[in-house]
Ligand binder design. Structure first.
Ligand code: 26Q
Length: 795
């Protein structure tokens, strides 16, 4: 597409789609016009792919996830369609600022964190690989809350991405599916009719997901909840104005908000309703498509693979069995077999509090037939395995992990260590009964968004050096290794990183009014705020470093900028205190004349996908410091490494694999192993002993305790200091000393700029394996048994 054609397309959509005149058009109007112009190009390719999937009778993959953390889509679309030149030229011609347009797009935050972002990366990789696939999610009206700080405290505000028109979706009112809840069951022999007492409608909204070079496109289908009967006119006419709108409001509640929860099981009825609404609509839609192409349901596992992203859609098993058995008349055992061979389940956590369970009373009331079927599934599984326990339904609850496991043909972990821990802990007994079921598929991230798009300087250097094949064959980044021995090339690498750091420094100065020195170590920890992720250990180390500088301000300290980003679950008081402490520390430290040359603390509010894209390319040091055994994988760790940051980290999640790939000598390892954590935790008084043995730690804790960062309220952080001193389940104190040691190793290493840059470049060269393309190929081979369509390049 030429620049002139692009310009004409933008102007056309400005007038005829957006209904604005170039004279009065605002940034928003231009963005919408540009989005429609780009979207037109995508739609052609998307239809072509969809037609081919049908015509070639290909097996399809269905990715069911309550979360798709897709972020902004415009730049991604432009890059994958190779339209950046014509767009840049056209915008220039029109006198429109590219940056301003890109920044104007709301960040679609339909997810909490890693699990949701993984689903988004998977969608992009599936399209890039030419795999016929469809993502199913919920079209939340309000995504993850917006975070603000008020006197350093987190305040949540509703997120309203749908306030503006959404350029990328197509409403499909003709795809409307009835979803029932409650009511009663009438059994007829083995089968039953379910008569729900409440019914609402799931309406589809489709977003095309385009792969690299526009060679394939898939659909992300998001469900919106709508009332069966809209507005009650009779009631309104009787003068009952509020009540007339009630059924509508009730139904819509279902797709109103994303639960801002990660890792704490909530047990809320609305959440269970969301899960069933999402899953039932998706299963119906999958079967409708299948039945339009084939007439034998026994073929389902050959033509469809359904992946459930954690247990959130795990009711898919019973729901599919219900339709096959009750509605289509397939024998119960055969129905279970078909469902199992179609479904597979990804586990993302071993934290006991995060494993979903639903009370039998609630589940029985809301999903009476499913409750019966779960008991029959349990019963069948007992007969198959000759066991007596291991039921999904026990102790008055339905355990969704167990249900997911027994209704799937494959269950996967998300990093090598995590998968091994699944086998030896949470799923130990089930694993012994089904030793082939658990497989590992180490997570990955899409290199299109997480290198090419977010880090243009480094990407250009890479492409100038090895060509652009790396973009969809990230293993090619290996070819950079010889360049890392070339001093001239390393200078270019350093210049790219430095320029990224200057950009970030400017942004920090403008938005937060904090001045930072781009020559400092940019030390970044961004992720949800959680005790197991140990942001407070990072804070303690920051305090200890600050105190040491104050003791001896002229000792030649290595300057650092400590950058934090992340949201705390609104009811998770401890995590909120961690946020508050970080902000209180920033206030004290950034204005300390003795130390501020050497140490700054920066906590930009509202960490999201777009902010990640800004921060990660500017990082020198990636903080991956979770208590070993607790972080299933992590994916931020991969993004940092790919962008040339060194990692300071524990042997947890995918850190283990990152360290193996980049080389142990190029990774700042510290802390106990998962096994050591388990034994050490059992030793009473571990925290007190660790504190007694490390005066730096003791002093840092004492500084918080005595109100060093909250003089107006010295007791403010007793919750944190008391917990760390006495209980310290996540081993912050016991790992602190080694963490401090590793941080000083970082200082020493950073002193040799060229050597640091060499190792940073090696990180980029050696982490191409973490492309989500590789992950998806793994699922295709080990779990889905599916092949991609041969790809054709754009004309
Ligand atoms: C459960 C019940 C009710 C409401 C919400 C939830 C809920 C929602 C989201 C529970 C958990 C989550 C998210 C979990 C998550 O993001 N896990 C992360 O998944 C990543 C991708 O595999 C891993 O890299 C991270 O290690 C893991 O923490």
């Amino acid at each position: 597409m030429t620049s002139a054609e692009m310009k004409a397309a933008i102007l056309h959509h400005l007038v005829y789609t957006q209904g604005k005149d170039a004279v009065t058009a605002k940034t928003y109007d231009w963005r919408m016009a540009l989005s429609y112009a780009v979207r037109d190009k995508i739609v052609d390719r998307w239809f072509e792919a969809t037609r081919r999937a049908y015509a070639e009778k290909r097996k399809r993959v269905y990715y069911l996830s309550l979360e798709f953390l897709i972020g902004r889509l415009l730049k991604d679309a432009i890059i994958n369609m190779r339209l950046e030149e014509s767009v840049l030229d056209a915008l220039k011609d029109l006198g429109i600022e590219w940056e301003e347009i890109i920044e104007d797009e709301p960040d679609a935050a339909l997810g909490n964190g890693g699990l949701g972002r993984l689903a988004a990366c998977f969608m992009e990789s599936q399209a890039t690989l030419g795999l016929p696939a469809m993502g199913y999610g919920i079209r939340y009206e309000n995504g993850l809350f917006r975070q603000r700080f008020e006197d350093g405290r987190q305040v949540e505000e509703p997120e309203d991405w749908l306030n503006q028109a959404h350029a990328w979706e197509f409403a499909r009112p003709e795809v409307s599916i009835d979803i029932g809840f409650g009511g009663h069951v009438q059994e007829i022999g083995s089968r039953a009719n379910w008569y729900p007492s409440e019914v609402l409608i799931a309406r589809a909204h489709d977003t095309p997901v385009i792969g690299w070079k526009g060679r394939w496109g898939n659909t992300l289908r998001l469900w919106e909840a709508r009332p069966m009967h809209g507005f009650d006119l009779a009631r309104f006419n009787r003068g009952d104005h509020t009540a007339a709108a009630e059924p509508e409001a009730m139904a819509r509640t279902l797709s109103r908000v994303l639960y801002p929860d990660d890792h704490t099981e909530q047990g809320k009825e609305l959440r269970l309703k969301q899960e069933f609404f999402h899953t039932a609509a998706s299963i119906r839609d999958i079967l409708r498509r299948f039945e339009s192409e084939y007439d034998d349901l026994r073929l389902l596992p050959k033509k469809a693979a359904i992946q459930i992203n954690d247990t959130h859609p795990a009711i898919a098993g019973p729901e599919l069995v219900r339709i096959l058995h009750d509605e289509r008349g397939i024998d119960f055992e055969e129905a279970v077999g078909i469902a199992r061979n179609t479904i597979s389940y990804t586990n993302h956590t071993l934290l006991p509090e995060a494993l979903e369970t639903w009370g039998e009373a609630r589940m029985g009331r809301l999903l009476p037939r499913h409750m019966q079927l779960i008991d029959r599934i349990d019963d069948l599984h007992r007969r198959e395995t000759g066991t007596h326990d291991l039921n999904a339904h026990h102790d008055g609850k339905v355990h969704m992990g167990t249900l997911g496991f027994i209704m799937a043909h494959k269950v996967n972990g998300v990093a090598a260590l995590h998968t091994e821990l699944m086998k030896s802990t949470v799923f130990k007994d089930l694993h012994e009964l089904h030793p082939e079921k658990i497989v590992n598929e180490t997570n990955g991230v899409t290199p299109r968004r997480w290198l090419l798009s977010c880090n243009p300087r480094l990407s250009s250097l890479i492409t100038d050096s090895i060509g652009d094949n790396w973009v969809d064959h990230a293993e090619d980044l290996k070819k950079l290794e010889p360049f890392t021995e070339d001093a001239g090339w390393i200078e270019k690498f350093t210049a790219a990183k430095h320029a990224n750091k200057v950009d970030l420094s400017n942004w920090i100065a403008e938005t937060l009014e904090i001045s930072v020195d781009p020559d400092s170590i940019f030390d970044i920890q961004v992720k949800r705020i959680h005790e197991y992720k140990r942001q407070h250990m990072n804070l303690l180390e920051t305090i200890a470093y600050w105190l040491e500088i104050r003791d001896n301000p002229n000792a030649g300290w290595t300057p650092r900028v400590k950058i934090f980003g992340g949201k705390a679950f609104p009811n998770y008081i401890y995590a909120k205190e961690m946020v508050h402490l970080a902000n209180d520390m920033a206030k004290v430290m950034n204005s300390d004349p003795l130390t501020s040359r050497f140490l700054k603390v920066v906590f930009p509010p509202n960490y999201n996908v777009s902010l990640a894209e800004r921060l990660i390319p500017a990082a020198d040091l990636s903080e991956q410091i979770s208590t070993a055994g607790k972080e299933a994988s992590g994916t931020g760790n991969m993004k940092f490494s790919l962008n040339g940051a060194l990692t300071i980290g524990t042997l947890d999640g995918a850190n283990v694999e990152i360290r193996e790939l980049v080389g142990a000598e190029n990774f700042f390892l510290f802390g106990m192993t998962a096994e050591e954590v388990m034994t050490h935790r059992a030793e009473a008084g571990h925290a007190a002993r660790a504190i007694a043995a490390d005066p730096r730690l003791a002093r840092a804790l004492e500084t918080i305790r005595s109100g060093g960062f909250s003089p107006e309220e010295p007791g403010r952080y007793h919750m944190i200091t008391d917990n760390l001193t006495h209980h310290d389940y996540f081993m912050v104190c016991s790992d602190f000393t080694d963490y401090w040691r590793a941080q000083r190793d970082v200082d020493a290493a950073f002193a040799d700029k060229a050597e640091w840059a060499r190792v940073a470049a090696l990180n980029t060269a050696r982490t191409g394996w973490f492309s989500s393309d590789r992950t998806i190929r793994g699922y295709m081979r080990d779990v889905w048994d599916v092949e991609a369509a041969p790809l054709v390049d754009l004309a």
